[in-house]
Design a protein around this ligand. Structure first.
Ligand SMILES: [Zn+2]
Length: 361
């Protein structure tokens, strides 16, 4: 019998059947491309880690509910509060081996509960490292956490390491880590951070190196910054994806470029609205135009910890305000699947899976 299996397993057909049968979890059909690992953790997990580490003084509020009110952002003028909230809780996660792995595994469960079959989470390992934990160890811990989550919950998780606009000194290391861990779950490199900060030469050198090493790229651009940042992401950084990209509609030439190149825009409806990066009037959201013009875009959460949102709520918003039908929602899911940084074979399989299980939105 063992011999028969050995012979059969050599057959390419059977191998491909085994792969087809086991790669993606039945029933789940959403794909998320834009979420931040450290912006999507559970508040109770941060609370418990702080307790365990004797760091409760670092957190505001006497109860989990009070702590939550400090983290959740809504209404106008919330950008400062949003940025400040990271400063509040990141010291609790920083350098904590158990906690870092835990938030990665939990993210898989949360995404499963939100109907996601596959997601790519972005993070900058420097924000989670300290004197006792190197950036490389952080990457290893996140990879382990995702592997465990994938095994437990059936959701495939990959990561994107992020360069930060005001930290040019970290660029080189990000490229090296992406390259070194590409077979361990790291599928791409990104740039995030305050768009008003001009990029230093290190970013151009870093991305050039990434292109040469065939590392996939997604750049936060046109979120709060101008259309020219989207143009730069496409033309200079040769990005396959742009994080947000809303302001591309303000320059006809750049909008044409977006349409012509088919670059994928990672739209985050709640985030864009709450942080004031687009008009507070939903009827003026750029995604309405994206949907009408069949621009290549997906719907994403960005930071669920702060926005208390989900892929479900983002799809609801798109149907309510962007004029998207159920079919349009499925199209956006398929576009997301096609824009993943997975190897071509796995990507095709994911696309078919999303189509198959998206029949009833
Ligand atoms: Zn983001």
């Amino acid at each position: 019998m063992n011999r028969l299996i050995a012979v059969l397993s050599k057959s390419r057909k059977l191998k491909s059947f085994i792969r087809m049968a086991s790669s993606f979890k039945e029933g789940l059909c959403r794909v998320e491309l834009h979420c931040h690992l450290d912006g999507c953790c559970r508040p109770e997990t941060i609370w418990n880690i702080a307790k365990r580490r004797g760091m409760m003084d670092a957190l505001p509020g006497n109860t989990l509910e009070e702590f939550l009110t400090e983290l959740r952002v809504s209404g106008s003028g919330t950008l400062a509060k949003f940025l400040h909230s990271f400063e509040i809780y990141m010291p609790v996660l920083k350098g904590d081996r158990v906690g870092i792995k835990e938030i990665a595994t939990e993210l898989c469960q949360d995404k499963m509960n939100d109907g996601a079959v596959y997601f790519e989470a972005t993070y900058c390992p420097h924000f989670l490292s300290d004197d006792n934990l190197t950036t490389e160890e952080v990457v290893q811990l996140v990879n382990e956490g995702f592997k465990e989550g994938e095994k437990k919950f059936g959701v495939k998780a990959r990561s994107i390491l992020c360069m930060i606009r005001d930290k040019p000194e970290w660029c080189r290391e990000m490229v090296e880590l992406c390259d070194k861990y590409r077979s361990e779950g790291v599928v791409g490199i990104g740039i995030a951070g305050d768009e008003s900060v001009a990029l230093e030469i290190d970013f151009y050198q870093g991305v050039k190196e990434a292109i040469e090493r065939n590392i996939c790229r997604t750049i936060h651009a046109g979120e709060s910054g101008p259309a020219s940042n989207v143009q730069e992401a496409i033309e200079v950084f040769k990005a396959q994806r742009v994080g947000h990209g809303y302001h591309c509609v303000e320059d006809d030439n750049v909008y044409e470029l977006v349409k012509k190149t088919g670059v994928h825009l990672e739209v985050c409806p709640t985030s864009s609205n709450v942080l004031g990066n687009v008009s507070p009037d939903w009827t003026k959201h750029p995604a309405i135009r994206f949907a009408k013009d069949n621009v290549n875009f997906s719907l994403n959460t960005d930071d669920t910890l702060h926005f208390n949102n989900s892929l479900q709520t983002e799809e609801d918003i798109a149907m309510k305000y962007f004029g998207m039908s159920k079919e349009d929602i499925i199209t956006a899911r398929v576009y997301a699947a096609e824009a993943t940084f997975l190897p071509e074979g796995e990507k095709r399989e994911l696309v078919e899976h999303v189509k198959k299980f998206s029949v009833s939105v």
